[in-house]
Design a protein around this ligand. Structure first.
Ligand code: ZN
Length: 379
């Protein structure tokens, strides 16, 4: 396998100076609940009242130090993960893996580079290529909305008393969002310095004593560069946003994200992931997943969505007609007159899934290409 290397780049994404928010501000805030899922393997589950969802994992290494899988949204969250990694890993974080290109996966990278300049920050080469085009501009774009959201939450909180239901959760959410906005003034972010040139079905293996860590690539799905970190002995797979369980939106559980991956290929890529022999899956947005039931649901839901889009295309329906026939997936919370920003965001993502799925089919049809068929993983 060939490694494609780029120099480490610490990018100042959203601000002008390089000073950091005071440690005193970040001390009381805790974003993650930690659980040891196998000896020396820790899952950081973002608390349900956090301002930003996104889970992470730490794999300790027998010779000292650790690997961190995903670094969450911002530098201050990266520092919280780093503190935990040093506590359980007894040494420096030697590897960071970004499982996709989204900010809630890679936003905390810089904290690890600053702490250990020798750290390998690993991503798929497609992810590396897309960070400057997609991730960094989006970091800028989302900031005004988050600032507005912070003001709205503060206004809501001002109407509440200490004893009101939800007041404590709202306080926590506001505190996290304030830290994010503060952090963003001087936002620091680090590019991966190891970009894996893996083809679908290929993997990179890291061994340390009796710890074997496999970093797999299965092809396009949620994004074009989704990585799976797999521990074959422990039968634990860290799968990022490839699929989920129990979110309110079936298309999210199915890993469909029309913005950055392939709607048509997602269920097929997930079938290849399914060949891994895991009992536990650690996902980006769900509590610990046991077994493969949710993955099977993701595959069949994804196939169903693709079949619906294909049927409409074959009947000659336009994408506008199709969107009217395919409202948000079935377990969507009841619509309200004034949708929340979260509902609006997911409605937009869903529209993108439908439109991109339709366009992928149209593109292949026009070029005389068959639809993608099942992939075979060579593990
Ligand atoms: Zn993602």
């Amino acid at each position: 396998m060939q490694w494609f290397k780029v120099p480490t780049l610490v990018a100042l994404c959203l601000g002008l100076s390089a000073s950091l928010p005071s440690a005193a501000l970040t001390q009381p805030y805790r974003h993650f609940d930690w659980q040891e899922v196998a000896p020396g393997v820790w899952f950081g589950l973002a608390r349900s009242d956090d301002f930003q969802a996104g889970n992470v994992a730490i794999i300790t290494l027998p010779s000292g130090g650790s690997m961190v899988v995903d670094t969450q949204d911002a530098d201050f969250l990266g520092r919280e993960i780093l503190d935990k990694a040093k506590e359980v890993g007894h040494g420096a974080v030697r590897y960071v893996v970004d499982t996709d290109l989204h900010q809630d996966i890679a936003g905390g990278n810089a904290a690890f580079v600053r702490d250990n300049p020798k750290v390998q920050v690993i991503a798929h080469r497609n992810t590396c290529a897309e960070y400057p085009q997609k991730t960094i501009p989006r970091m800028h774009d989302r900031l005004p909305g988050l600032k507005q959201r912070l003001s709205e939450l503060q206004a809501t909180r001002a109407q509440m008393t200490e004893s009101d239901q939800g007041a404590a959760a709202l306080d926590h959410r506001i505190e996290g969002l304030k830290l994010y906005v503060q952090d963003a003034k001087n936002f620091q972010w680090a590019m991966p310095n190891v970009c894996l040139d893996l083809k679908p079905g290929q993997k990179k293996v890291i061994t340390d004593g009796d710890r074997r860590v496999e970093i797999h690539y299965f092809g396009r799905a949620h994004t074009t560069g989704d990585l799976v970190v797999f521990l074959p002995k422990e039968k634990v797979a860290m799968v990022g946003d490839l699929w989920g369980q129990g979110s309110s939106y079936e298309f999210l559980n199915a890993g469909l994200d029309g913005r950055d991956g392939s709607v048509l290929e997602t269920p097929l890529t997930l079938e290849a992931v399914r060949q891994l022999d895991f009992d536990t899956a650690l996902t980006g947005h769900s509590p610990i997943v046991h077994g493969k039931g949710s993955l099977d649901d993701a595959i069949s839901n994804g196939k169903q969505v693709v079949a619906q889009i294909k049927g409409a295309y074959d009947r000659g329906e336009t994408v506008t007609e199709l969107l009217q026939k395919m409202p948000l997936a079935k377990n969507t919370p009841a619509a309200t007159d004034t949708p929340t920003p979260t509902q609006t965001f997911f409605a937009d993502v869903w529209r993108t899934v439908v439109i991109n799925g339709y366009e992928e089919i149209q593109f292949r049809d026009q070029l005389g290409m068959a639809l993608p068929s099942a992939k075979i993983a060579h593990n």
